[in-house]
Design a protein around this ligand. Structure first.
Ligand SMILES: [Fe+2]
Ligand SMILES: [Fe+2]
Length: 267
């Protein structure tokens, strides 16, 4: 039987984009058919061995060209940035699954399903970009998205706090306003695409919250206090800035107390 960690290793350490997408879908289909082993048969390789394609060229956020949604170039640049977020999200899902061993089977099933959804998001956005005559990799992209993974490679709770419960949760805050902009532009296709992704992302953050609480319970930590502590330790600048989408974050497993803390700028 094929092994999920073999697929993870290939997806994290090989750079060919289409191969990565195909392997991700193949692994998910094998799992659905009950033909994928979740029992590790190889040790975990260090996160420094994870490899990304040569393109896009990665730039610090301050060096990225400014983009406005009012022009065709601006819209293409926006979707290129989203394609990159989704591409790195495939890695983040695989890495969650790959690096943290000894969890219940459901953990591995959840992150493989999420990897498959991220691959679908990437493909949808890439196709949308190609219709604008831009391919993924043609423009530069944000260099920082993998940093939280490297920072939290040896701490599952920190990874869950920083990736699904911080980075991905940010998407729930900002995407609705972007959808409104595309509605105003009369771009129904982009609206549908972003809505589809947003719906899936609520589910990803929810799985992050679920497993965060699960591990806290296992280790005897109070989850709200642990979340605050990890964000203060790992988030540059102390705490993410709002406004926060309370309604969606509650569906995604945030508590009122966590949202109050995030919103309160003095704590
Ligand atoms: Fe996504
Ligand atoms: Fe996601």
């Amino acid at each position: 039987m094929e092994n999920v960690f073999g697929f993870a290793e290939a997806c994290l350490h090989r750079t060919a984009i289409d191969e990565k997408l195909a392997l991700t879908h193949q692994a998910w289909h094998l799992l659905e058919k009950g033909q994928l082993s979740l029992i590790p048969d190889q040790p975990v390789l260090p996160i420094a061995q994870v490899r990304f394609p040569d393109k896009p060229v990665l730039l610090a956020p301050r060096d990225m060209p400014k983009r406005k949604l009012g022009t065709a170039e601006g819209i293409a640049a926006f979707f290129h940035a989203i394609a990159h977020v989704e591409f790195v999200a495939i890695y983040l899902s695989w890495d969650m699954l790959y690096r943290f061993r000894g969890m219940p089977n459901q953990f591995y099933q959840d992150w493989l399903r999420i990897a498959d959804e991220e691959a679908q998001h990437f493909e949808l956005i890439r196709t949308h970009l190609l219709a604008m005559h831009v391919n993924y990799g043609d423009l530069p992209a944000h260099s920082g998205l993998w940093d939280h993974a490297k920072d939290t490679a040896d701490d599952l709770l920190a990874r869950l706090a920083m990736v699904p419960r911080c980075m991905e949760a940010r998407g729930l805050d900002v995407t609705p306003a972007i959808i409104v902009k595309f509605q105003q532009l009369g771009d129904d296709f982009s609206v549908r695409l972003l809505n589809r992704i947003l719906t899936d992302e609520v589910g990803h953050v929810e799985r992050g919250s679920y497993w965060f609480k699960f591990v806290c319970e296992q280790k005897g930590f109070e989850p709200e206090a642990k979340y605050r502590q990890l964000i203060k330790r790992y988030y540059q600048g102390g705490k993410p800035k709002g406004p926060f989408n309370r309604e969606m974050r509650i569906i995604a497993g945030f508590s009122d107390a966590e949202l109050d803390w995030l919103e309160n700028t003095t704590l």
